[in-house]
Design a protein around this ligand. Sequence first.
Ligand code: ZN
Length: 361
Amino acid sequence: MKRIIFFLSTIVTITASAQKTENIIIITTDGFRWQELFKGMDSAIANNPKFNEGDSSEIFEKYWAKDETIRRKKLMPFFWNTINAKGQIYGNRSAGNKVNNANPYWFSYPGYSEIMTGYADTAINSNSFPPNPNVTVLEFFNLQPKLKGKVSAFGAWNAFDRILNEKRSGIPVINAFDATGGKNPTPSEKLINAMLKDAYRPWNEDECLDVFTHYAALEHLKTRKPKVLYISYGETDEWAHAGKYRSYLGAAKQVDEWIKQIWDFVQSDPQYKNKTSLFITTDDGRGDAIKKEWRDHGQDVKDAYQIWFAVIGPEVSAKGEMKNETQLYQDQFAQTFAKLMGYTYKAKHPVSPEVKSVLEK
Ligand SMILES: [Zn+2]
């Protein structure tokens, strides 16, 4: 009898130690190129008077170094210090490590839908597409008894209500100029709402500045303790479309700092510490540095399907920058989120398998 009890308790211990992630935070920064993530500031774009907003000295001082590995650390220090040391970073095509859109469109709604459904639905071919007919992995999480009511999403762009099908899914989606905090906002949420209402609107009602989305999401994380949180930043894409390379780099650097803030909070809080995975990626790539191509994306822009992702968490072993030759796709992310949380995501549409190396020791 003693033997059996010992045997059973061993199994229980093994099972318990196998699943550590109880919370997941998914973060996207719209249209941020793998080129800057892995190689830092591009000097050809930075030197071009069309793109440097009249002054390249500031960005050279902030982000330039001859050595690529030092240069990228100046732009994205959290990625290249913390994630590179403790997590995994995919998509450096110079090393043959490739991550692509599976969808053929290479712009936002199809990209976010692919991330969240694990499926490149070719019917989703427009940013003004109606509410997503496919059940996202966030909606799947919200249907699990342990996670019900503990899933939320924050996005700078006002399309997330539709992409995540807020109405059907029942997941609160705070996007663009939506107020945060529901019926009982905290004092910080009241202030965020007041400032958001009065803020400068460079993109009219379509999108707010990332700072509002970030602080609303962070306050939500700290006070309402979601188990699944999605945060979508938008400025990297907007400043690139505008041809403002200084602002594009500034937005990327800021997102890196905010991810550090989120990670530092996670690792200081008992609910989250060593029980939370972070997955960071983008909806689409952009063109090359030459001409205006880096500003744009979409089917007619060469290479705009080229993306990247990074992941850190208790199940994720410290492999750092992935340098093996491989071809991965964006439609593998949703199942990877599910597997990190100990679930298998099933839906009526086909779901691509997870990225195996994320969970392998
Ligand atoms: Zn765009």
